[in-house]
Design a protein around this ligand. Structure first.
Ligand SMILES: NC(=O)c1ccc[n+]([C@@H]2O[C@H](COP(=O)([O-])OP(=O)(O)OC[C@H]3O[C@@H](n4cnc5c(N)ncnc54)[C@H](OP(=O)(O)O)[C@@H]3O)[C@@H](O)[C@H]2O)c1
Length: 324
């Protein structure tokens, strides 16, 4: 079968379309005939050796796969051949076939395409569990979302609204992105590539600062966002681009004097029980059109490098999808 392997850590130059053996499902696994697979920003970092460095090339890329079940292992009872599923995968998703633990299989709702389904596994569920279990958002919270028109960001904006927070302040890098997030319910949208963005955020909170910062940007945006926290504010750090070296003594002092906290979040290390309610709740919100899915950047598997460049150069909105 055709698959995309990572053969080194030289960025997109290390991505190769190759022929490899079709994986065979273990007793607890299913084999997926992949119809769509998604690109996540962490994978851009992965190609440069800046994410999950324990995994050494060559290996088939891809955290998720949406498609039909082609075969099931001997111990699988609740998933059957022909089912439309999306799953986090054990054998790489950037391929014509991939294996997944049957317990991780999510049935794709009827009104959702395979491309759209690729947004659910990593981005949708990360956004949901991050807001619920890490940020623990309350109705009284103002929430600052960076990269708000990205794959995770669009879910964060919409889910924070469904959770009833007081105000969603969305940050993004172009007018088109800002217009979209406003149409999806963001109360305020600010272009953080323009000077003065932090003053605009503070103004939007009547000078109080924000209760929750969802931090994926790092650098100047990260530092600016850190300063914008209100008393008892909390910052959830979840971004793969977010390689904070250390916190400065001034930043630690700010945390102490303003009773603030910094919280880490990593979706892959969540225990399965965190997903028990999250999966049906997210699917229900999608089915009721309370949450819209954006998966319009679709590339053939052979154009994987073009897809990665599009994501890394900030041209995309929502999910980037690969089709075998
Ligand atoms: N911790 C976890 O478990 C977890 C799970 C899923 C995702 N994540 C993280 O969440 C973040 C979003 O992931 P995603 O897959 O949905 O990607 P994404 O947000 O769709 O990534 C692309 C967008 O990021 C923004 N961006 C900000 N700084 C950038 C930079 N230096 N280079 C390129 N783009 C930049 C751009 O939007 P603007 O033009 O608007 O800035 C761009 O369009 C990533 O950091 C990812 O690693 C973490």
């Amino acid at each position: 079968m055709k698959a995309v392997q990572l053969v080194g850590f030289d960025g997109v130059a290390s991505l190769r379309l190759v022929d490899v053996a079709t994986p065979v499902p273990q007793p607890h696994e299913v084999l997926i005939n992949v119809k769509a697979t998604g690109v996540n920003f962490a994978e851009v970092e992965l190609t440069k050796g800046r994410y999950d460095v324990a995994k050494q090339p060559p290996f088939v890329m891809g955290f998720e796969a949406a498609g039909t079940v082609d075969a099931v292992g001997s111990k699988v009872t609740h998933v059957k051949i022909g089912d439309r599923i999306v799953a986090l995968v054990s054998s790489g998703g950037y391929a014509e076939y991939a294996t997944a633990d049957a317990n991780l299989a999510i049935t794709i709702p009827e009104n959702v395409t395979f491309a759209e389904a690729t947004t659910i596994t990593v981005q949708g569920l990360s956004a949901y569990t991050l807001l619920k279990f890490a940020a623990k958002v309350q109705r009284s919270d103002s929430v600052l979302v960076q990269a708000a028109a990205g794959g995770v960001g669009l879910y964060l904006v919409q889910l924070a609204k469904t959770m009833g927070v007081k105000k969603v302040i969305a940050l993004a890098g172009s007018k088109q992105k800002l217009d979209l997030v406003v149409s999806l319910g963001a109360d305020v949208a600010i272009n953080y590539s323009e000077r003065g963005w932090a003053d605009d955020v503070r103004h939007a909170t009547d000078g109080e600062g924000v209760d929750v910062v969802l931090e994926a940007a790092s650098g100047e945006i990260g530092e600016g966002s850190f300063k914008l926290m209100a008393p008892f504010g909390r910052m959830v750090i979840y971004g793969a681009r977010n390689i904070h070296d250390t916190f400065s003594p001034e930043q630690i002092q700010q945390l102490i004097y303003r009773n603030q906290s910094v919280i880490g979040f990593n979706f892959p290390s969540l225990r399965p029980e965190y997903l028990t309610d999250a999966i049906p709740r997210l699917l229900e919100l999608i089915a009721r059109h309370k949450v819209q899915i954006f998966a319009n950047h679709v590339f053939p598997l052979a154009d994987v490098a073009v897809a990665f460049e599009a994501l890394a150069s900030r041209q995309t909105i929502g999910k980037v999808v690969l089709v075998p």
